[in-house]
Design a protein around this ligand. Structure first.
Ligand SMILES: Cc1ncc(COP(=O)(O)O)c(C=O)c1O
Length: 379
């Protein structure tokens, strides 16, 4: 596994997310191999789950479609030169966004009656134009998550309007795909299937996020929509082995987060450090003060004892994380000086494990990294 290089960061007080583009491509190919009959809509919303949507769009040339949540995310990609089909998972909110979808050749998801009526109205006004072609759209169904999508009643009341659209596919989203045994999985699958009777027989279907791609073969259908697995996480608090597939394939981390030591200090037995003085040294020791904090997206809630890597060895966080700084308890023989980078997650330190320490999931850690963290792309 390639090691980080801190050469071009030495002397710079800024945390770095080393984005492993080749790992993301590797993970994408695992998704493909798990659902070989399906096309892949690679989910790169929230700036590619914090990794940078544009470089990921570039490396995922093999993806059949890209998907983001919002229109403006897709426009940013278009402006950066991305000309792949982009699906807008939340569709358009009004006329302005409808026009932007047209202008930028985006494929919105229509998930509610208001969007449907707006679309039918706007297209109705244009139908006289010889050059008019209906905008391609996905339709979202609520199969049981009750977040977005047409329910059974709305669907049956909307049939005539839906028939006027250029529908490329029908999708739904699963609420509990990360729990293979959850009874709602089968209920959602059945419900989705039964709602399909309202659409032409050859309408394409998409249901599976990462967890469903990895665990629920029945949900693969014509399209899968993996997000978190592309970035190397299983999505749930599965710990170190969470990213290991049943067939032995292993997801690889999409990023490694590191930050420089700003200072090291000798702490005497009985002395406390940091805000709230929540940690007291039991014996004389050395602590590294590191340039990383909640202002960078490393949560203040990260508890003492959370592992970090110092020269590849596990050490632990002590004291309270502040806005720009945190503390790592060093071993006596650790070779560490200011400028030296310490790793907080990534290669050899799974983000799922770190998320578990903070009582959260990898999604929030990845997407929570702020603009203060420099992204460095490694092929
Ligand atoms: C509609 C939809 N499809 C797919 C995904 C990808 O999900 P995951 O990151 O769990 O693979 C998301 C993400 O939340 C989503 O909202």
């Amino acid at each position: 596994m390639p090691l980080l290089t801190t050469e071009n960061q030495h002397g710079v007080n800024q945390p770095v997310a080393w984005v492993h583009l080749h790992h993301i491509l590797h993970n994408f190919r695992i998704a493909q191999s798990l659902a070989p009959q399906s096309k892949v809509m690679a989910v790169i919303k929230a700036d590619g789950y914090g990794h940078g949507a544009q470089p990921i769009a570039n490396i995922l040339e093999e993806a059949d479609n890209l998907a983001v949540a919002r229109v403006h995310e897709a426009i940013t990609l278009r402006q950066a030169g991305c000309n792949k089909p982009i699906v807008i998972l939340e569709g358009f909110l009004g006329v302005l966004e409808y026009n932007l979808c047209l202008q930028h050749n985006l494929v919105p998801v229509v998930h509610c009656v208001e969007q449907l009526e707006l679309l039918v109205d706007l297209e109705g006004n244009q139908q006289q134009r010889a050059s008019f072609t209906s905008m391609p759209v996905w339709i979202k169904l609520d199969s049981g998550m009750h977040r977005l999508g047409f329910d059974e009643k709305q669907l049956s009341q909307s049939v005539s309007k839906l028939n006027q659209l250029n529908i490329v596919g029908v999708m739904s989203h699963m609420a509990n795909a990360d729990n293979q045994l959850h009874p709602l999985n089968e209920i959602q699958l059945n419900h989705f299937n039964s709602m399909l009777r309202n659409f032409a027989e050859n309408t394409e279907q998409a249901l599976a996020n990462s967890a469903a791609t990895m665990q629920l073969q029945m949900s693969h259908l014509q399209w899968i929509r993996p997000g978190i697995m592309l970035y190397g996480s299983s999505g749930s608090a599965g710990g170190p082995s969470g990213s290991l597939m049943k067939d032995g394939q292993q997801l690889l981390p999409g990023m490694t987060l590191s930050a420089p030591v700003i200072s090291t200090r000798q702490i005497r037995a009985g002395e406390e450090i940091g805000y709230g003085s929540i940690w007291r040294a039991e014996v004389d020791c050395r602590v590294a003060v590191v340039g990383l904090g909640y202002g960078d997206g490393y949560p203040r809630e990260m508890p003492q004892g959370t592992p970090v890597l110092v020269n590849g060895q596990r050490r632990r966080l002590v004291g309270r994380v502040s806005m720009d700084l945190l503390y790592v308890l060093l071993a006596a023989d650790d070779q560490v000086e200011p400028g030296h980078h310490i790793q907080f997650w990534g290669n050899d330190l799974p983000i799922d494990e770190i998320a578990e320490h903070a009582g959260t999931i990898a999604y929030t850690l990845m997407t929570g990294l702020t603009g203060r963290v420099k992204r460095i792309y490694q092929n």
